[in-house]
Design a protein around this ligand. Structure first.
Ligand code: NAD
Length: 327
């Protein structure tokens, strides 16, 4: 508790309006110094005397942080929460919240953007044109892959995977999906999506788009055997989390032409990008911006702030990842 009678919370990084005012109404907000390292020990020191932490995906929130006395809630400004050890949070009775739903459309749009950009070599084409190399129409200039009518394999058919399937309908794509949990038959029918095993998805898809969370089960879900199983003309799209794809194996697969290209928003060791990828023209690279629209980032900020404010006031936040902590 602060001298002003309000509970204290740590804001690890700035968030967008209206997030700050929602937080300030409920708590005394301590901004984490931007020059302070993002390691567990430093975060714990900042969290001493605080009931909550508003975190983002680059913040490691594990045992050292979660065992801080008095800590009640970690509100992550993201739908993914692989930066948080949820089991440790639950053991310490710390609530963990995320921001599901509000970023589905922006992220699905961006997965499709990467798919189109990679298929039609738009970054290469833009560079070519700017460099003054466009000296007239040519029948074999910058030939790409067809999207309309192609087969799309979706790995993980949750909120965002379904959003991508929805967009694929407009491109008359054949949609296959792989997920341990099948969609209800009506949803399969509505999306025109067929559930298959991973091997069949890899073997038959022209585009493979990954939409799973990062867990122990999904780490390196795609590595050399999976790239070998894909079509040599196939393109991989990853807007989930970097470690779901074995990045070194991806570089090898692209170099050995096991697959034709990749569109990536996320990386195994962000913000580092494998140097092999930087040199490849058949790879489109984005700096983890799939949810980065003005509206979406503002809604994520507001949702995370509301989760925090509710918990600070003693309530049960709506987007609780570990509901067993607060019934
Ligand atoms: P969700 O929970 O709605 O869907 C995830 C789906 O993956 C579920 O259907 C689940 O059953 C499935 N799944 C889990 N393990 C699997 C496995 N081993 N194989 C196949 N499928 C598996 O989540 P969501 O809201 O759609 O988000 C998915 C992920 O996308 C998030 O966890 C986050 O990491 C990532 N994401 C990234 C960005 C970005 O900026 N690049 C933005 C939003 C979300």
């Amino acid at each position: 508790m602060s001298t002003r009678g309000k509970s204290r919370v740590v804001l690890m990084h700035p968030i967008l309006d209206p997030g700050p005012s929602i937080l300030a109404e409920a708590a005394e907000v301590l901004a984490y110094p931007p020059d302070r390292p993002l390691d567990e020990e430093s975060i714990r020191q900042a969290a001493e005397g605080c009931v909550g932490i508003v975190s983002q995906l680059m913040d490691p929130i594990r045992e050292t942080v979660l065992s801080t006395p008095g800590l009640k809630i970690v509100s992550n400004v993201a739908v993914g929460y692989d930066n948080i050890d949820v089991a440790a949070a639950t053991a310490h009775k710390v609530m963990v919240t995320n921001t599901p739903g509000v970023l589905d459309d922006a992220t699905s749009d961006f997965a499709f953007t990467l798919l189109m950009a990679t298929a039609r070599r738009i970054v290469e084409a833009d560079n070519f044109t700017r460099q003054g190399r466009f000296r007239g129409w040519a029948i074999d200039m910058i030939l790409g892959a067809d999207v309309f009518g192609a087969t799309l394999g979706i790995i993980g058919i949750g909120r965002i995977g379904r959003g991508v399937a929805h967009r694929a309908k407009g491109f008359n794509m054949r949609v296959l999906y792989y997920d341990p949990y099948p969609l209800p038959p009506e949803a399969e029918q509505q999306l025109g999506a067929t559930r298959v095993d991973l091997n069949r998805l890899l073997a038959e898809s022209d585009f493979v788009s990954v939409h799973t969370p990062l867990t122990q089960d999904t780490q390196h879900l795609l590595s050399t055997p999976q790239f070998t199983a894909m079509k040599r003309t196939a393109i991989l799209i990853n807007t989930s989390r970097g470690p779901v794809v074995d990045e070194a194996a991806l570089v090898d697969a692209l170099m050995n032409r096991l697959i034709a290209g990749a569109g990536l928003d996320v990386y195994e060791r962000e913000p580092a990008v494998h140097p092999g990828l930087l040199a490849m023209p058949n790879v489109v690279l984005a700096p983890h911006i799939a949810s980065a629209t003005v509206r979406t980032r503002s809604e994520m900020s507001a949702m995370a702030a509301r989760n925090m404010a509710t918990a600070v006031r003693g309530g049960r936040p709506p987007n609780l990842v570990n509901p067993e902590v607060k019934r």
